[in-house]
Design a protein around this ligand. Structure first.
Ligand SMILES: Nc1ncnc2c1ncn2[C@@H]1O[C@H](COP(=O)(O)OP(=O)(O)O)[C@@H](O)[C@H]1O
Ligand SMILES: [Mg+2]
Length: 232
């Protein structure tokens, strides 16, 4: 008999997730029933042509938008049933998100950008800054604490964004084309960093990319095609 404690539950589970957008009088069905499970510690990439719905799916899985139907669970908690404020709190604590275009606050320096989610989680300013300093060190930017985004290279900005996404120690990191705006050398550096962090922090990672070479470094590849997960 299997001990119940020996059964590992997925960190992320999606069942029958659909999403359409209205385009004038027409509805475009982007996601037509997505089923996906990601186990703790896995690094999974979602590949698919531009426009296939990778960003749409990641936004739904991260609770940044809601599906038309279907279920999404992160660590056994059903995002699709959470109210706005509970969902924001859960996102802040449990899900990190990294965007292709970094989305840092231009008026804040690297340290302040990274500290922000910890402040939102009601850490004291002192503690948030101490954590932010540690995370910036971890991503190789201890010499860039006072720099604003425009004073940083693209690769450095993405490292700041990764530190910001991880400061509250989420269980899940979602990365949407994290190397999409970078030259291949900085892009490889970011991928290496994500692989390192996954090992060091017991992180579960889902990365959208249209770059097959990037995807080939991850544990598992799922393909998005015609609104469905097409196979591995
Ligand atoms: N907010 C939106 N309103 C209308 N259509 C959208 C919106 N976001 C995405 N789409 C459409 O949904 C499809 C999937 O887009 P997206 O998820 O960005 O794909 P990918 O990230 O794979 O390039 C595209 O046809 C896109 O034009
Ligand atoms: Mg996209």
């Amino acid at each position: 008999m299997t001990e119940p404690s020996a059964i590992t539950n997925p960190i992320l589970k999606a069942r029958g997730v659909t999403k359409s957008y209205a385009l004038g009088a027409k509805q475009i069905e982007v996601l037509k029933g997505i089923d996906l499970e990601i186990m703790p510690g896995e690094f999974v990439s979602i590949v698919g042509a531009s426009g296939s719905g990778k960003s749409t799916l990641l936004h739904l899985l991260g609770g940044l938008d809601s599906p038309d139907s279907g279920l999404i669970e992160v660590q056994g908690r059903e995002l699709t049933r959470m109210s706005g404020t509970r969902l924001s709190g859960f996102r802040n604590q449990s899900i990190g998100f990294v965007f292709q275009a970094y989305h840092l606050f231009p008026e804040l320096n690297a340290l302040e950008n990274v500290a922000l989610p910890a402040r939102i989680a009601r850490k004291s300013s002192r503690q948030a800054q101490a954590f932010a300093r540690q995370w910036l060190e971890r991503v190789g930017l201890s010499h860039r604490l006072d720099h604003r985004p425009y004073e940083l290279s693209g690769g450095e900005q993405q490292r700041v964004a990764i530190a910001r996404a991880l400061i509250n120690q989420p269980v899940l990191l979602l990365a949407d084309e994290p190397t999409g705006n970078l030259d291949s050398e900085s892009g490889s550096g970011i991928l290496e960093l994500l692989l390192e962090l996954r090992d060091a922090c017991q992180l579960t990672l889902l990365m959208a990319t249209h770059d097959q070479a990037m995807a080939s470094h991850t544990d598992r590849i799922v393909r998005l095609n015609d609104g469905k997960i097409a196979g591995f």
